[in-house]
Design a protein around this ligand. Sequence first.
Ligand code: ATP
Ligand code: MG
Length: 452
Amino acid sequence: MPKVLVVDDEESVRQMLKDVLENDGYKVLLSADGRDAIKKINEMTPEAVLLDIRMSETDGMAVLEIIRKTGNMVPIILMTAFGTTDMAIQAMQAGAFDYIIKPFNLDELVLTVRKAVSMQQLAAEVTALREELGQKTENARMIGQSGRIQAVYKDIGRVADRNVTVLIQGESGTGKELVAEAIHRSSSRRNKPFVKINCATIPENLLESELFGYEKGAFTGAERRKLGKFELAHEGTIFLDEIGEMSLSTQAKLLRLLQEKEFERVGGTETIKIDARILAATNKDLARLTKEGGFREDLYFRLNVVTIWVPPLRERADDIPGLASFFLQDYSREFNKQIIGFSAEAMMLLCQYDWPGNVRELKNICQRAVIMATGPVIMTEDLPFSIQAKNHGVEPQLNPGTTLKEIVSDVERQVILKTLQEHNWNRTAAAEALGLNRRSLYAKMKDFGLLR
Ligand SMILES: Nc1ncnc2c1ncn2[C@@H]1O[C@H](COP(=O)(O)OP(=O)(O)OP(=O)(O)O)[C@@H](O)[C@H]1O
Ligand SMILES: [Mg+2]
């Protein structure tokens, strides 16, 4: 029977986890503090460890570090009361197998333990867990606790120190640049340059000399030698943004650089060797672009060693309130306004909207709302009409022959119906959400045949 060690300073948590895991067929060992845990891990060699991060004596992170320092690769699952980007990246970097957030989702917990145990049993894969001991990482300022974004934090932690090329894909405004910065800051190159270049905004004929630099006299106007971004990024990281926009001829040069780690400046003969870690991002479907001939296949495979997908905001709606509140605070400070939050209706609209422009759009809307707000709370009126209208899910019926009055009346009926449904037909709540008094709502419901 595989053994699982549970380390938590709270008796009730230990007991609860013991019951759950015994039920799933494990022999469960318990430990109430870090020092005892280290002893038990070494002496009783459990297949997996569930470890609380916050404990009064030796805390979980320290236990993890000590265990890894001795070369013991037992899968350790960290448990934390709240997840932060910082903690997530650090935990994965310090060699945690995974981490879970309290309060627990027990199904997820059981699954994670199963995965950890089978990982440990497959001795071959154990080596894959061997991580360099990470030093402290700076906070990458990424907000979000949803499962989808936590997965991104984990990916960042896994790849940060591996010196591989990473391709970051995702829709516009999802946070790809932030991910690139987080990788750099979590890597051992963090104190070296992080150089960005946007392949979409630099005219094609200039991109090459921007990247590789040029020699004096390389072309008219080249009055002295100029170093390119690659040279500037030596020992650090270069971030090639919007790589899907790069021309095929520049792609060929980039490919050579990736293969041979060397290049020549434009108009030069000297071969320059560099050591720069390459990160690239695109909001295009690079696989498709490659198939269609717009992107070199060999380059695609080189860049695509690891791909991190940043999910669109509509697929992680859990993150909307946190992000919105963060941006609100930020802009309130910037514009010197005392804004404390969103009204419940305004927040509901934000959560229901489908965010085609992703986090960037949310950020812009928060900025606008802070500027527009006249009181301490952001109201629905402070949000753009697109969000107010779209989120009733109401489409005006513009059939030929219908009068404006009929269209408006139809929209009004749909909005009232939707709002009533959203409030479980509670008329007081619906009236409030619609800015009507109960009597007018009643009259309209009667007109529209909505009384039940
Ligand atoms: N998780 C997050 N936490 C805080 N801010 C975020 C987050 N994700 C994105 N942002 C902010 O949203 C804006 C857009 O992010 P970013 O520039 O990284 O997107 P992108 O994916 O590179 O978009 P594009 O493809 O259009 O270049 C930035 O201002 C960024 O700071
Ligand atoms: Mg970008």
